[in-house]
Ligand binder design. Sequence first.
Ligand SMILES: [Zn+2]
Ligand SMILES: [Zn+2]
Length: 372
Amino acid sequence: MATTERDYYEVLGVDRDADDAQLKKAFRGLARKVHPDVSGEPDADERFKEVVEAYEVLANSETRELYDRYGHAGLKSGGFRPSQFDLGNLADIFSAFFGDDMFASATGQRRGRGGDIAAEVEIELVEAALGAAREVPFQVAVGCARCTGSGVEPGSDVQRCPTCRGLGRLQHVSRSAFGEFVRTQPCPACDGRGQLVEHRCEQCDGEGHTLEERRLEIEVPAGIHDGQRIRISGEGHAGALGGRAGDVYVRVRVRQDPRFVREADHIFSTVDLTMTQAALGAHVSIPTLDGDVDLEFGPGTQPGETRVLRDRGMPVLQGFGRGDHRVLVNVAIPHQLTEEQRALLRQFESSADEDTYRADEGFFDKLKSAFR
Ligand SMILES: [Zn+2]
Ligand SMILES: [Zn+2]
């Protein structure tokens, strides 16, 4: 695609003489901004890929030189191919470039922010209306106390990795028409740690961290919608070597209530009146978010009539007031009649005349005026 041919410096918004720190800063900021999860632009994937590729090329002095001298064509004939990242995972991409991942860097002597944790709670619609307190269980990685996060069994020997001479990375040099071309990758002999351990820590099996069960009390705010997330900062996985802990994101699922339909902050429900109740009038108990409410329906109530209970809907999240609750009347017509009941109905029908069914404004007129 043509978009991949844009100037890398332009893509990152930096000068041609930008140093490492400037590149890194520009990339971090941009990656967070254009990441498909947050950007919402239709071409977010392409745009993000472009930013990652630009940084990958410019952050490496060899590919940067190649690009500076020969442009995109130089990279192609030099054998450069952009790395394939899981674009959905920003943390993975950052950790590939900066080593932010606490697990990979525990013995790599790098400080890093801990990973985020996703948790979930489910609440009833009625609880969502009032707000609810919930205990959320989750597993969190904490630094191993036995080896203080190094992954090395206390008293055991640690050797510098001979394969990478302690660097944790291996460089592959390939030659091309444009000169030497160097790519680096984590050392497979030591998993990028730079050292070989005689005995792994028995407590954490060399991982440097252990999993701990935790519970967190969270307040679900009134009016929350299904699928919204609550962020609790600093309660996620421990950071590496004193780095900041990650965050916990709790997704709130609001269970459907068979009695109600929620639309934004409004609530809809139906009430079934029997034919006789509708004709004679009745008091009926209606379930609402605040409990049962007694409603009076006058004689001659028609199917399709609605009652609006103002401010009985869902509270507005982080706002004021509540939505409405609308009750739609349904009139139940009998399905099965005994011989005696049929006779009574026939008798009723023969006594009825035009006036019996006449209303000031008929149901269909009302419906029509509702649409006007
Ligand atoms: Zn340990
Ligand atoms: Zn090594």
